[in-house]
Design a protein around this ligand. Structure first.
Ligand SMILES: [Zn+2]
Length: 271
């Protein structure tokens, strides 16, 4: 391979959980990332899963592992956030982080969610890092917190909320991922149509996302039908949509040296 490698051959999976695949799947999954050239951000939902994601990253250059504490796990880590700080500094991006007031019905857990998110947002601001954010049922609250912390670069994962917080986050320049639900959901398709093409990304949320939507986990090449569906909504042909998504991710990274590995993949200079 050399510098003439075609940029258009790179897919982007901006939100997946590779550490959640069973060991028996991982070999095939990682081989597919290489064969299909899918640059993948593997967002950990807890420190333990980050350790596993780092091991997976060692095995495959198409993986970028990032540390987060998912809102579903917030109550387990809220009292030990300082212990996370050293690994957090090494993480090139922060996520999956966020709030979830839709799937978490017990309101007594919300305070822990907010405190964990505050902790990560302070770190994101002081370290000037990209964040990968979950907003289910707490879209306005997340939008307010990101604005208050002056978050500059964010990937908003699988947005499915009301229009006002969406508009506010679009106006702040954040990027929005679309995954398998765009194949079947009119709501998700209409959200995609509201967002400028310069601010969309593709994702799989593998393996749990497709498990939730289809009843079974998917392989990384799920990103292909997702890209196709997104291209239809945005009125672009598929190759142009693919290039647009590549450029969007590349622009988000900018000259952030901590994401150099990812940026080399996107710029076709891996080897
Ligand atoms: Zn996720």
């Amino acid at each position: 391979m050399n510098e003439t490698m075609d940029y258009r051959q790179v897919y982007v999976d901006a939100h997946a959980h590779l550490d959640e695949y069973p060991d028996t799947w991982l070999g095939v999954v990682l081989q597919q990332l290489e064969d299909e050239r899918i640059a993948t951000i593997s967002t950990a939902m807890a420190p333990g899963s980050y350790e596993r994601a780092l091991e997976i990253q060692q095995r495959c250059p198409w993986v970028c592992a990032t540390l987060g504490v998912h809102p579903w796990n917030a109550q387990h880590f809220v009292a030990e956030l300082e212990a996370i700080r050293p690994s957090l500094e090494g993480s090139p991006m922060l996520g999956e982080i966020g709030l979830d007031f839709r799937n978490v019905r017990d309101r007594s857990l919300y305070d822990a969610q907010v405190r964990v998110l505050e902790f990560f947002l302070c770190a994101a601001t002081s370290q000037d890092k990209v964040i990968n954010v979950h907003t289910s049922g707490a879209e306005a609250e997340v939008a307010e917190m990101l604005a208050r912390h002056n978050i500059r670069r964010a990937i908003i994962h699988w947005y499915s909320g009301p229009i006002e917080p969406l508009k506010s986050m679009v106006s702040r320049g954040y990027l929005f991922t679309f995954g398998c639900e765009i194949l079947s959901s009119g709501l998700i398709q209409s959200i995609a149509s509201e967002i400028p093409k310069e601010q969309v990304l593709t994702e799989t949320d593998n393996p749990g996302g497709p498990q939730w939507v289809f009843g079974e986990p998917a392989m990384p090449d799920l990103v292909k039908p997702v890209l196709q569906a997104l291209s239809i909504v945005k009125g672009l042909d598929e190759a142009d949509m693919m290039e647009q998504v590549r450029q969007n991710m590349d622009r988000l990274i900018g000259d952030d040296e901590r994401l150099y590995g990812l940026s080399r993949l996107l710029r076709g200079s891996l080897e």
